[in-house]
Design a protein around this ligand. Sequence first.
Ligand code: 5GP
Ligand code: ZN
Length: 113
Amino acid sequence: MADCLFCSIVAEEIPADIVLSNDDVVAFRDIAPQAPVHVLVVPRDHHANVGELASAAPATTATLLQAAQEVAADEGVGDAYRVVFNTGAGAGQTVFHVHAHVIGGRNLEWPPG
Ligand code: 5GP
Ligand code: ZN
């Protein structure tokens, strides 16, 4: 999709610190990490948010969640991490290409802010 930051990262037009890549998803470190581990997992295809992804491509949704687990394990936080999908500007979504935040490596409080 034109003018989509994460489509540009997937296409390797914009550099990113990629930690996992397969036919369906790409995972890369967040540019402004909120925890010692903060990786974004995105589908290669453009979907605006997780609900739209789940409706349009359920198999890719499962692959994305498997990748999140793999990233957490590879980063050494497989026993304590959080997966966050901000959905909508009011919930903090700023990039409208669905992405799972995989966050860990520090105490994660509940409820989230
Ligand atoms: P959102 O606020 O949409 O849930 O999350 C977007 C995330 O993308 C933010 O955590 C932000 O730091 C990250 N981000 C924004 N621009 C870039 C970039 O150019 N490269 C990387 N790696 N992350 C980015
Ligand atoms: Zn996109």
